[in-house]
Design a protein around this ligand. Structure first.
Ligand code: NAP
Length: 267
């Protein structure tokens, strides 16, 4: 596994992390056991970045992440999210404590605002985020689904801390962030965490067989390799089973030549 610095934090996170949307959605506890084992296999393979949210499966995703990391808490980097309508000061503090409880940990590595809410002053949310950092409940602050100008406003609302990351949708089949969010992140040294990097499982057929053969990759591996080409990007695919987790973990051992990267990009 390769690692990249998250923002300017000095922390190393895996270039391929693990998305946890949908974990715990099933009521079948055997399914939960499989989901925990899939996460643990990823951790064994060096995938230290784990992304969840208070919203996912009404908190059960966080509970399953907590179960998966209970014997290796310090080896992983847990990212979770606070969602509207919890962006007012008191609600942020409460939501964070609830997430910490469900995760069964004493701190969250990266606490992200899940979506911007123009109805709540960003200063209100950010002062709560800084209080959480000051109290040792959160290590770093991130945003998600923020435009470049919304990220600017969030940074301006912080007195002591920086925005480490912006989590946005980015895949070979959805490149809209290349317009202004990616250049902004690169310029400001903010990590772009690419969500849905496998296009929600709609694996593209646009990458030709000769390229896949040359690099010995599956189409899903090629998508992950492509999306993490830029040094400022890490990706958080969601694998539902150990085979997919292993495939995703071994997607970045080699890199496409510049010419092949261009061919893939132009589809
Ligand atoms: P994704 O990672 O793009 O795609 C997941 C799908 O890809 C699943 O159907 C999975 O199937 C399949 N898959 C995984 N590995 C594969 C492989 N090696 N070969 C073939 N298929 C494979 O979609 P996502 O879950 O939407 O996004 C990933 C994560 O991003 C989420 O879990 C969440 O943490 C985050 N996210 C954040 C936001 C936000 O607003 N911040 C929004 C959406 C997602 P199996 O289940 O069969 O493995």
């Amino acid at each position: 596994m390769e690692y990249r610095e998250l923002g300017r934090t000095g922390e190393k996170v895996s270039v391929i992390g693990m998305g946890c949307w949908g974990l715990g959605l099933s009521r079948d506890k055997r399914e939960w056991i499989r989901e925990i084992a899939t996460l643990q296999r990823g951790i064994e393979l060096g995938m230290n970045l784990i992304d969840t949210a208070e919203r996912y499966s009404s908190g059960r995703s966080e509970e399953l992440v907590g179960e998966a990391v209970k014997d290796c808490r310090d080896d992983v980097f847990i990212a979770t999210k606070v969602a509207p309508p919890n962006l007012h000061y008191d609600a942020v503090i409460r939501a964070c404590k609830d997430s910490i409880k469900r995760l069964g940990v004493s701190y969250i590595d990266l606490y992200q605002i899940h979506w911007p809410d123009p109805g709540v002053p960003i200063e209100d949310t950010m002062s709560a985020m800084e209080k959480l950092v000051q109290d040792g409940l959160v290590r770093y602050i991130g945003v998600s689904n923020f435009s470049a100008s919304e990220t600017d406003a969030a940074r301006a609302a912080l007195a002591k801390n920086e925005i480490a990351s912006n989590q946005v949708e980015y895949a070979l089949t959805n490149r809209s962030v290349e317009g202004d969010i990616l250049p902004y992140c690169v310029g400001e040294k903010i990590t772009l965490i690419a969500y849905s990097p496998l296009a929600h499982g709609h694996i593209t057929r646009s990458i030709t067989g000769d390229i896949l053969q040359k690099y010995d990759m599956t189409p899903a591996q090629a998508m992950l390799n492509w999306v993490t080409r830029n040094e400022q990007v890490v990706a958080i695919p969601k694998a539902g089973n150990i085979r997919h987790q292993e495939e995703n973990a071994s997607s970045i051992g080699v890199r496409f030549s510049a010419a092949d990267y261009e061919r893939i990009s132009s589809g």
